[in-house]
Design a protein around this ligand. Structure first.
Ligand code: A2P
Length: 338
């Protein structure tokens, strides 16, 4: 079996760290691993399969000989270096917002639209969707296939790790400060996040929605390959370290019962149904953190409309929402296309 030269761009970040871990755990056939970050990380080393590897500074010549590049160093870095890497013959799997809505760039969740991966040939780039969109479409695809979803209303409860390492630190420091009677310092978010909920993720757009909300709307239609699905979202940052939770309400064309939904999802790839209210069992962030599966529960009929279902969807935003999804794409890429 062939081994590949893989680069992780943003290797020192929350998602980059997890990418290295997932490559190792899944025994991805890595021949050489190049770890790239900013000048700030020069001199740092990270471990992969028991070996210490130096972090190198990202430059335009970093991609010579690299076959697969996993990018997670922010949108502007991807915009600049993604095409440079692709021109050097590297297939870019990009975790940022830079290319997600570019028509020629496939936007892929392996459980939903693996066939789109072949379109990497257009630009040498495959986009990894937004974390909150990934877990939602993993749970909704089997229902869409069975009963055709007409409309989705989603509200999210998103962990701070989605913002990166500095946000994880900020929640910890603010919590400690407040519990010790000190003034919390707010740097990463526009307001205090400890013991609070912020109904703003990313910047506001002209229509009054945040960019995160509009990502969920647009990306869902592209991944499901169905521009007709109506989607509306409210995205909220909550003081949780790992795993995003989502309240998802759907309206379907054909009536589908909660039991049918449970059966469909029990057989669906990447999903674990956790739905036993009598035993107080439902998906929780603390259980999803560190796991690969998207947990779905609280499945019940929306009694306010003829064909409606409510559910609660939870997944580790750094794993399925980012690093794992990217490595799963890379696995299909090497099995079917390279
Ligand atoms: P560095 O640690 O050197 O700043 P997070 O999302 O957890 O904040 O991580 C962001 C990742 O993106 C880090 O690995 C960070 O590297 C990397 N990064 C940020 N800016 C640059 C840049 N200008 N060039 C290369 N890597 C960058």
């Amino acid at each position: 079996m062939k081994n590949y030269h893989v680069a992780v761009v943003g290797a020192t970040g929350a998602v980059g760290n997890e990418m290295i871990k997932v490559l190792e755990e899944r025994n991805f056939p890595v021949g050489k691993l190049t770890l790239l970050a900013s000048e700030r990380s020069l001199g740092k080393e990270l471990s992969f399969k028991g070996r210490s590897l130096p972090v190198e500074v990202l430059t335009e010549s970093s991609f010579r000989g690299v076959e697969i590049g996993l990018f997670s160093a922010g949108g502007s870095i991807s915009e600049k270096f993604g095409p440079v890497a692709a021109a050097a013959g590297c297939v870019v799997i990009d975790n940022t917002n830079a290319f997600r809505m570019t028509p020629e760039v496939p936007l892929v969740v392996p459980e939903v639209n693996p066939e789109a991966i072949g379109l990497y040939k257009n630009k040498g780039i495959i986009a990894n969707p937004n974390c909150s969109t990934i877990q939602m479409v993993v749970a909704l695809k089997p229902i869409h296939d069975a009963a055709k979803i007409k409309r989705i209303v989603v509200s999210t409860y998103q962990a701070v790790s989605g913002t990166g390492k500095k946000a994880i630190e900020e929640l910890a420091l603010q919590t400690r400060a407040l519990l010790s009677g000190q003034d919390p310092v707010t740097k990463v978010y526009p307001h205090r996040i400890a013991f609070n909920c912020l109904p703003q993720i990313d910047v506001f757009m002209e229509n009054g929605y945040t960019k995160e909300e509009m990502k969920m709307v647009r990306e869902t239609k592209k991944i499901m390959n169905d521009p007709g699905i109506a989607v509306t979202a409210t995205t909220v940052r909550v003081p949780v370290f790992f795993a995003h939770s989502e309240s998802v309400n759907i309206e379907t064309e054909r009536k589908i019962t909660p039991d049918e939904v449970r059966k469909l999802l029990a057989a669906a790839p990447g999903v674990r149904v956790v739905d036993n209210p009598a035993e107080k069992l439902y998906p929780m962030a603390i259980d999803a953190a560190g796991q690969d599966a998207t947990l779905v529960g609280r499945i019940r009929e929306d009694e306010s409309i003829p064909n409606g279902i409510n559910m609660w969807v939870v997944a580790d935003n750094i794993r399925k929402g980012a690093a794992l999804n990217a490595v799963q794409i890379a696995e299909i890429l090497i099995q079917k296309h390279l």
